[in-house]
Write a protein of this length. Structure first.
Length: 306
């Protein structure tokens, strides 16, 4: 009697691979490491010799306990882009790395689901140079070594943006302000490309004013909440959420300096045409027309005079 063993061999191989993949996935899922911090950024103005104290809320959202380490680094903006580069110590400037003191141990076992308040201080030295100084406090979590070759980890950080008053310049301008030329339905998305030409980090603040074809003001979108580093260029995104739009619109973006004076302004036009409403309108008109034609054909009105 001949046994067809090949099909059973292929089934065995397939099952073995499936079990291997399942076990591998189970191991990876079990080693998930996740950390959460709040806030993600601190921005302060410090005079030479002045100090600032703050705290960071850190939570272990991992599936297990992790080895957590804390470190401090400087970072520098790369001119003409949104990119930053983390360095051990920033060259040619007073380094923020030496200004930051973290209270407590710089490494510890962080248990699953635990939350901690990490306190720190920033101490600007008497020799601090005027201008912007940038760094970050990093938190790195690594799954506890359980003899496995694969170790899963993650790293998050809080940006530290310090301005030292003195001979500094806070300015910039809009390189481009754009919106889709044709908008079918809300929201209307704006992109504002801003260049920081000053010597300190700058948070553009202002407004986008939208007017209709009659020159009436119909909408306003605040410009705020995003930081652009010196020599940096950044695309800022905003959205207008009107209930209904139709026709030609003009949007004007204006940014003000720290004194409230206009710093830079740009305008852009766009058309809005909500096809769904227009189609619905013509469908209703067509139905009314058909209904009236039907009524005129079926309904006869006679008038008799006695």
């Amino acid at each position: 009697m001949t046994i067809a063993w090949r099909p059973y061999f292929y089934v065995a191989v397939f099952l073995s691979l499936a079990i291997f993949v399942a076990l591998s996935f189970s191991t990876l899922a079990k080693a998930f490491v996740g950390l959460k911090i709040q806030p993600v950024k601190v921005s302060e103005t410090l005079n030479p010799g002045q100090s600032y104290k703050g705290s960071i809320n850190l939570t272990n959202e991992s599936d297990e306990d992790v080895n957590l380490t804390i470190s401090v680094q400087d970072f520098i903006p790369l001119a003409g882009s949104e990119t930053i580069q983390f360095v051990e110590r920033a060259p040619g400037v007073t380094t923020v790395k030496d200004w930051i003191d973290v209270v407590g141990p710089m490494s510890f076992i962080f248990t699953k689901g635990e939350s901690r308040r990490i306190e720190y201080s920033i101490n600007a030295p008497e020799t601090a140079d005027p201008g912007g100084h940038f760094g970050a406090i990093f938190f790195k979590g690594t799954a506890k070594d359980s003899g496995e070759q694969l170790k899963i980890g993650t790293q998050i950080g809080m940006l530290v943006l310090i301005t030292v008053p003195g001979n500094r310049i806070q300015k910039g301008h809009i390189l481009d302000f754009s919106v889709p030329a044709f908008v079918e339905k809300p929201p209307v998305d704006f992109t504002l490309r801003f260049e920081n030409t000053g010597t300190v980090h700058f948070e553009p603040k202002g407004e986008i004013i939208i007017t209709n074809m009659l020159g009436q003001r119909v909408g306003e979108v605040p410009i705020e909440g995003q930081v652009v580093l010196p020599t940096g260029i950044k695309d800022l995104h905003f959205a207008w959420h009107p209930a209904f739009i139709f026709g030609k619109y003009i949007a004007k973006a204006t940014i003000y300096d720290g004194e409230g004076d206009q710093l830079t302004s740009e305008s852009v036009g766009f058309w809005a045409f909500q096809i769904g409403y227009v189609i619905s309108f013509f469908v209703v008109v067509l139905l009314l027309y058909v209904l009236l034609r039907f009524i005129r054909r079926r309904l006869k009105i006679s008038v008799s005079l006695k």
